[in-house]
Design a protein around this ligand. Structure first.
Ligand SMILES: CC(C)(COP(=O)(O)OP(=O)(O)OC[C@H]1O[C@@H](n2cnc3c(N)ncnc32)[C@H](O)[C@@H]1OP(=O)(O)O)[C@@H](O)C(=O)NCCC(=O)NCCS
Length: 264
């Protein structure tokens, strides 16, 4: 079996229960290989596995599926599964109906509680807490975007120019204060609105906001596996600068990325 199969993982997003993201490998090819299970049996087991996840929405597959490769059993099964299952399809939202507001000191009392609640999907050490939001609000050129669909809170993208002290706290030893650099502290689309094109839209809004504020570089840390934000940021043209194997004790791989805003 080709080695890339061994790395195939499926990322699932629960629609019903928290925690919002289940980063779960539902089938490890390596395990099957060790047990010396036949190809037919493997296909059968994977089908059963996929059929059992009707309460989940299939969010993505890493590494990307090579559709043309007939050996990519798992990938091709998933593609078949996606075609067969109507529940994985979610209507894209017309972004013209999304209202964007800047988070300010004035409206923070209204919006910060939504943000703090949404941040609960991250482990405590990784959360953007009230103190951090306060710091960002006080900073000189923050870009703090909050999104709504009708009356509903959709998500947010918060960034600011990090101080020397903040940079040290992020273990960015190689960096120093740069007034042209904006750091994307957090970006979230709430559970209900995920997978409908709004993350990409919000990134675009944030990037435009950062450019208008005069920033030349956008940097941030992104969860590597199962992370839509890493995928989206790369699509905008971001490059990887450094990989952190265990980001703040999360046991997850995070990548520090940079986007040259003068080229977007
Ligand atoms: C990450 C997040 C902001 C993405 O927003 P979203 O509205 O779900 O994403 P979109 O529907 O706009 O998808 C945009 C693209 O990302 C891809 N994508 C979304 N989630 C993905 C995932 N988990 N893995 C790989 N790709 C993913 C989509 O397929 C789409 O790709 P395409 O443009 O090539 O078609 C949102 O899922 C979220 O808030 N997640 C929880 C919080 C989080 O992880 N924040 C980032 C911390 S690093």
């Amino acid at each position: 079996m080709p080695s890339h199969l061994e790395e195939t993982k499926i990322f699932l997003l629960t629609i019903k229960k928290r925690p919002i993201i289940v980063n779960q490998t539902i089938a490890s090819i390596e395990e099957y290989k060790k047990k010396n299970i036949s190809k037919e049996s493997l296909v059968k087991q994977l089908r059963t596995c996929l059929a059992q996840i009707s309460e989940f929405k299939l969010l993505g597959v890493y590494p990307p599926i090579d559709q043309s490769n007939p050996y990519n059993l798992l990938g091709n099964l998933i593609l078949g599964f996606e075609r067969e299952s109507s529940h994985v399809e979610q209507a894209k939202i017309d972004t013209r109906e999304v209202r964007i507001e800047n988070l300010t000191k004035r409206n923070s009392g209204k919006y910060v509680p939504y943000i703090l609640e949404s941040e609960e999907i991250f482990s405590e050490d990784l959360r953007t807490n009230a103190e951090k939001i306060g710091e960002m609000l006080k900073s000189s050129k923050p870009v703090l975007k909050v999104a709504f669909f009708g009356q509903e809170f959709v998500g947010y993208a918060l960034g600011f120019c990090p101080s020397e002290e903040y940079i040290r706290g992020l273990w960015l030893e190689h960096k120093s204060y740069n007034p042209n650099l904006i750091y994307l502290e957090t970006v979230v689309i709430v559970d209900k609105f995920q997978g409908r094109g709004l993350g990409k839209f919000l990134f675009g809004v944030f990037i435009e906001g950062a450019k208008q504020a005069g920033y030349k570089i956008l940097e941030g840390h992104f969860r590597k596996e199962g992370s839509g934000s890493y995928h989206i940021f790369k699509k905008f043209g971001a490059t990887d600068l450094k990989v952190y194997i265990d980001w703040f004790g999360s046991k997850e791989e995070y990548v520090y990325c940079r986007l040259d805003l003068t080229r977007v």
